[in-house]
Design a protein around this ligand. Structure first.
Ligand SMILES: Nc1nc2c(ncn2[C@@H]2O[C@H](COP(=O)(O)OP(=O)(O)OP(=O)(O)O)[C@@H](O)[C@H]2O)c(=O)[nH]1
Ligand SMILES: [Zn+2]
Length: 207
């Protein structure tokens, strides 16, 4: 695996003072981050989040998705626990990149759902590869997670390379009128555990 540790520093935030660990994927040139709080290398399950980059949601307050709210909720939860880890993975747009995500949003503006838009552009619905997490977690000696996610693929991916998921912790925040169809599509077509499976069909009929 080509992901190597580069440097670590303090990262004070409104929620806690995290340690920020920087990694480089030498194959792709992508720079990934881990934020940790407390002793995560003590062998006990660690409250954790694998957060895929969403510039629009994480930094620009977009209401098209739930990413910004999930990022903040995860950091707050780790701060409340006094211990935890957040991997910030540079897999923008479920792996298609920012500019293609804008192309996909344009198609969604004309009625496609998030999966159809990816497919119309010639991409699979979700191109993310979570194997980059393994060297990061290994470096930090984290082998068991209480994983904050609604995405069963993340749980499976961790188990696939030997990271125990001691618990899945639902992270259902940031729902709003603009992301209703997006979240319903994630539940209906991508298998996210949001309790919205039936709303996908309803929203499709409404629109
Ligand atoms: N291609 C595409 N990507 C999107 C769209 N909306 C959001 N994204 C991306 O979807 C990803 C969401 O990442 P996460 O929140 O980590 O993962 P998740 O699969 O939603 O699972 P959770 O752990 O339950 O949040 C980010 O990379 C966003 O940039 C969209 O309409 N099209
Ligand atoms: Zn987002």
């Amino acid at each position: 695996m080509s992901v190597v540790f580069v440097a670590a520093s303090k990262l004070p935030t409104p929620f806690a003072e995290f340690t920020m660990h920087g990694f480089l994927d030498e194959e792709t040139g992508k720079e990934h981050l881990a934020l940790t709080l407390g002793d995560v290398a003590d062998g006990q399950p660690v409250l954790g989040r694998l957060h895929s980059e969403c510039l629009t949601g994480d930094a620009l307050f977009s209401l098209r998705c739930d990413c910004g709210a999930q990022l903040e909720a995860a950091l707050r939860a780790i701060a409340a626990e006094g211990r935890g880890i957040l991997l910030y993975l540079r897999q923008e747009g479920r792996g298609i990149g920012l500019l293609n995500k804008i192309r996909a949003y344009k198609l969604q503006d004309s009625g496609a759902d998030t999966v159809e838009a990816n497919e119309q552009l010639g991409f699979a619905a979700d191109l993310r590869d979570y194997s980059i997490c393994q060297p990061m977690l290994d470096h930090l000696n984290v082998h068991s997670l209480q994983l904050m996610t609604n995405n069963p693929r993340k749980v499976k991916a961790m188990q696939g390379f030997g990271v125990e998921v001691a618990q899945r912790v639902p992270l259902q925040v940031g729902q709003n009128p603009y992301n209703k169809l997006y979240l319903a599509t994630k539940a209906g077509k991508l298998g996210h555990l949001l309790g919205l499976e039936h709303q996908a069909e309803q929203s499709e009929h409404e629109s």
